[in-house]
Design a protein. Structure first.
Lengths: 113, 112
């Protein structure tokens, strides 16, 4: 069974631009979560989607948004990029129950110049 | 590779020794916990999990201990190997929140 895939793996943008990251969960998994990882803040929860519905979100500004499609694939978008948005963005999938093993993808490394 | 954390606490152990990595979790209502291993340039890899109705769970070379009284989780790795060198995170979840809170991580260095 293929693992969680994320595209692109690396991305360089400039301040003010917007970016869209993509995540394909493990086949059969309906829940997708997004995390931001930085050296200073560690792993921080962005949001979680299940069956195209956002069930929870973290404490990030509205510039961070996401969505999930009917095939469970998910995208996250960051608008008006800031230097501080430079991070590793990780996607994790699970079957979607209240507590389930989460499996992570390799991440997308975003650099904002 | 990518730097997971520049100022993480570091545990250095001799190859073949046992390692114990500790984690203090934040929410007394959390009822599900996972330990992850993250190697440079990769996403976190699931190691072992435990639910709050247990205080110990064993896997292959790994054991997780849960002490709900003091909100403490530990990961024990037996016969530590060079391939165990990585950053280890604990994550906690409260049923129905669909959200995991991660600890700051511990860097494990295995000395040959």
């Amino acid at each position: 069974k293929a693992g969680v895939t994320q595209t692109p793996r690396y991305l360089i943008k400039t301040r003010g631009q917007q970016v869209t990251l993509s995540c394909s969960p493990i086949s059969g998994h309906r829940s997708v979560s997004w995390y931001q990882q930085t050296p200073g803040q560690g792993l921080q929860f962005l949001f979680e989607y299940f069956s195209e519905t956002q069930r929870n979100k973290g404490n990030f500004p509205g510039r961070f948004s996401g969505r999930q499609f009917s095939n469970s694939r998910s995208e996250m978008n960051v608008s008006t990029l800031e230097l501080g948005d430079s991070a590793l963005y990780l996607c994790a999938s699970s079957s979607g129950g209240a507590t389930n093993e989460q499996f992570f993808g390799p991440g997308t490394r975003l650099t904002v110049l | 590779g990518e730097s997971v954390g520049l100022h993480l606490p570091t545990l250095s152990v001799q190859e073949g020794d046992n390692s114990i990595i500790n984690c203090a979790y934040s929410n007394s209502a959390s009822d599900y916990f996972i330990w992850y291993k993250q190697e440079s340039g990769k996403g976190p890899q699931f190691i072992i999990d435990i639910r709050s109705n247990m205080d110990k769970r064993q896997g292959q070379r790994v054991t997780v201990l849960l002490n709900k009284t003091v909100k403490h989780l530990s990961l024990q790795i037996a016969a530590t190997q060079p391939g165990d060198s990585a950053v280890y995170f604990c994550a906690e979840n409260m049923s129905g929140t669909y959200k995991y809170i991660f600890g700051t991580g511990t860097r494990l260095k295995v000395l040959a």
